[in-house]
Design a protein around this ligand. Structure first.
Ligand code: BMA
Length: 332
């Protein structure tokens, strides 16, 4: 694949920054612990949910003690306010949970489903997998300490997958990726275990905003957070990457969003023309993988705000606030 930048004149676009995630002032929220056996090098991409049962924010985060980021385990952190977190001292989902996770579990996304279980969608690596040959494994839990294996979303290479947190028209809808676009599939089987059908491209990578420095459209996009239900549609945050390879020093991971129809989520009603989060702080631009804001969670606080959580430079957990007021006219 030829990268289009080469022949393009360098231009500089100034974004209006009309809608921006306001970083928490005490970022990063969680950092690696040099004395830990399991979170020594990096603690980053996380799923978060506000538990209706006890009102607590619950975070599952990816952690590794290896410089190559292999063999990730999943840790648990709890918070009363979504801003200050206490970390449970042991991983709650460990690599080796079953044969499909022998080489690690990564990038969890969480939803609470209609059957009362919390479902976790995560990239899993089996013993025989090449480093990047991941599949999406689905786990479920009631208490965030004990987990059951549900199955794979698809039995093929994939990541960046999650379902809508409720059935729509008696179907479960799955957002996933086939390079380089976001896809949507549906299933009448509400057990969330396979049978995903009618797959179609939902949003193409070139529909997202261009890089502000050279106008180049994203190389690939993927669903970031599970969809949030708003009065005027499903709000979905989207991770965008300007480069194919993680080893490319010019790669930047930033965050955008779109709004899908409330009753027919295969219909895209709005795609925001600008990023709402772009690596700028030191904990985003410097680290194991520089220039990365990679989001797996957005939580409706039930008040005026949406809290957004992301990995900074594949090294720390950070977060920020998206004020619903800023989305007025778009989905509020
Ligand atoms: C993606 C995944 C994420 C990672 C991100 C930024 O492709 O590998 O786990 O956080 O790249 O490096």
């Amino acid at each position: 694949m030829v990268t289009p930048e080469i022949s393009r004149p360098k231009r500089s676009r100034t974004y209006t920054k009309r809608i921006q995630i306001k970083r928490f002032s005490h970022n990063p929220l969680i950092v690696p612990d040099p004395n830990s056996s399991w979170m020594k090098v990096a603690v980053f991409n996380c799923g978060v949910i506000k538990d209706d049962n006890d009102g607590l924010y619950k975070m599952l985060f990816r952690a590794t003690s290896r410089k190559d980021h292999q063999y990730s385990n999943i840790g648990l952190a709890l918070s009363e306010d979504g801003k200050n977190w206490s970390i449970h001292d042991e991983p709650v989902l460990r690599r080796g949970f079953n044969q499909y996770c022998a080489r690690g579990i990564e990038d969890p996304r969480i939803i609470q489903w209609v059957d009362g279980w919390y479902y976790v969608f995560a990239a899993v690596k089996s013993a025989t997998a090449e480093p990047d040959n991941v599949r999406v494994g689905i786990f479920r839990t009631k208490d965030f300490f004990e987990y059951e294996w549900v199955g794979f979303s698809f039995n093929r290479i994939d990541r960046n997958t999650v379902v809508f947190p409720e059935p729509i028209g008696n179907c479960a809808f799955l957002l996933h990726r086939t390079y380089p676009h976001i896809w949507i599939s549906r299933s009448e089987d509400l057990s969330l275990n396979n049978n995903w059908q009618d797959g179609q491209i939902l949003i193409k990578s070139e529909e997202l905003y261009p890089n502000p420095h050279n106008e180049v459209k994203p190389w690939k996009i993927g669903i970031a957070s599970p969809p949030i239900k708003t009065p005027k549609g499903w709000l979905v945050l989207i991770n965008t990457s300007n480069k194919e390879s993680r080893y490319d020093v010019e790669r930047v991971y930033s965050l955008g969003f779109a709004v899908l129809d409330l009753h027919d989520p295969t219909k895209v009603n709005y795609i925001h023309p600008e990023p709402i989060l772009w690596p700028a702080e030191e904990y985003e631009t410097i680290g194991c993988v520089p220039n990365v804001c990679f989001c797996c969670a957005a939580v409706d606080t039930g008040g005026d705000d949406i809290y957004v959580y992301y990995g900074g430079a594949d090294t720390v957990v950070a977060g920020g606030i998206l004020h619903k007021e800023e989305l007025e006219g778009i989905c509020y």
